[in-house]
Design a binder for this molecule. Structure first.
Ligand code: SAM
Length: 267
C-alpha cells in the first residue's frame, strides 16, 4: 500500500538492528547533530528515531536542562529504544507517532533531526509540513537519506544484487527506492513545507566494518528486504544470501564508503 510507512521491521529484527546498524550510522549521527547546532538546554526531536541513535547522542549534548523526544511508527524499534537508558541526562520520551501526525504542540522544538527516515515517509511534503509546525521559528532541521550514488558503492550495490537474486525484482526495486531522494527533492520539499534556507549536499564517510563473515549476514538480516527473502525462499536461502554477500564484499574489506545526503533548513 502506497500510504504505509516504509522500512518496517519485525520485533526480533529491531533487536538486531541496534547492533548491526550502529557502526554504519555512527559518523552520520555526529554530522546530523552538528548540523542543527545543539546547545545545553535545547529541546530536540529525533523523527523516525528507530532505536534512538540520534536521540541518545542529542541527550548528551543538550544536558540536564535539555529535553529529547523520539517519534517512530515501529513498536519494535521503540521497545529497543526505551530499553537503552541514556548515559546522560535528560531521559528521552519515545512516542509512537507517524511523521505527518506528531503529538507535539506548535513551535515545541529548537531542533529536529531525521536520520535515514525521510525516504520512507509515504508523503514527504505532509511529514515535513508537520515537522515545520512543531519547530519553533528560527529552529533548525536536518535530515540524512542515502544518496542515489550510494547505490553504486561496493557495499550497497552488493546488497542490492543479493536482494535481487534471492528476494526478486520487486524487493530489489523497493531497496533501490530507499536511495532515490536527491538534494533537489529534499530542498524543494523543505521549502514547500515552510522551512527556509534549505540546503543539501552529499556527505561520505569511509567506515571500517567489523569482520564481514559475521557482520554482512547480520546486517542483511535487519533490512526489511531480508524479510521478503525469508517469505519468498525461506531461512536457508537467507543464510545462503548472507554468506554469499560476505564472500563478495571481502575483497573490498575492511573500509567501505557510505554516502548520504545531508539536508538542512531553518524554520
Ligand atoms: C532506516 S530506519 C532509521 C532509524 C533511525 N533514525 C536510525 O538512525 O537508525 C527508518 C525508520 O523510519 C521509520 N519510519 C518509516 N516511516 C515512518 C513514518 N511515516 N513516520 C515515522 N517513522 C517512520 C521506521 O519505522 C524506521 O524506524
Amino acid at each position: 500500500m502506497a500510504d504505509e510507512p516504509g522500512f518496517q521491521l519485525t520485533d526480533t529484527a529491531a533487536d538486531r538492528y541496534e547492533h548491526y546498524v550502529a557502526p554504519v550510522m555512527a559518523p552520520f549521527v555526529t554530522a546530523i547533530l552538528d548540523a542543527v547546532d545543539l546547545y545545553p538546554g535545547a529541546t530536540v526531536l529525533d523523527l523516525a528515531c528507530g532505536t534512538g541513535f540520534a536521540a541518545r547522542a542529542a541527550a548528551a549534548q543538550v544536558g540536564p536542562t535539555g529535553r529529547v523526544f523520539g517519534a517512530d511508527v515501529n513498536e519494535g524499534m521503540l521497545r529497543v529504544a526505551k530499553a537503552h537508558h541514556p548515559r546522560h541526562y535528560p531521559d528521552i520520551e519515545f512516542t509512537t507517532a507517524p511523521a505527518d501526525r506528531l503529538p507535539y504542540p506548535d513551535a515545541h522544538f529548537d531542533a529536529v533531526v531525521c536520520q535515514q527516515g525521510a525516504q520512507f515517509f509515504p508523503d514527504l511534503e505532509a511529514a515535513l509540513t508537520e515537522t515545520a509546525r512543531v519547530t519553533r521559528p528560527g529552529g533548525r532541521f536536518a535530515a540524512t537519506t542515502w544518496s542515489p550514488t550510494a547505490l553504486t558503492s561496493p557495499y550497497m550495490s552488493a546488497q542490492h544484487k543479493i536482494i535481487k537474486e534471492y528476494g526478486g525484482q520487486q524487493a530489489a526495486a523497493s531497496f533501490a527506492a530507499a536511495f532515490s531522494c536527491t538534494p533537489d527533492r529534499l530542498t524543494t520539499a523543505l521549502h514547500t513545507a515552510g522551512f527556509q534556507e534549505a540546503k543539501a549536499h552529499e556527505l561520505a564517510f569511509g567506515i571500517t566494518l567489523p569482520p564481514l563473515t559475521e557482520f554482512a549476514p547480520g546486517h542483511l538480516s535487519v533490512l526489511p528486504w531480508a524479510q521478503q527473502i525469508l517469505e519468498a525462499e525461506g531461512p536457508t536461502a537467507l543464510t545462503e544470501a548472507g554468506r554469499t554477500l560476505a564472500t563478495r564484499l571481502t575483497p573490498h574489506a575492511p573500509t567501505f564508503t557510505f554516502t548520504a545526503i545531508l539536508a538542512t533548513a531553518t524554520r
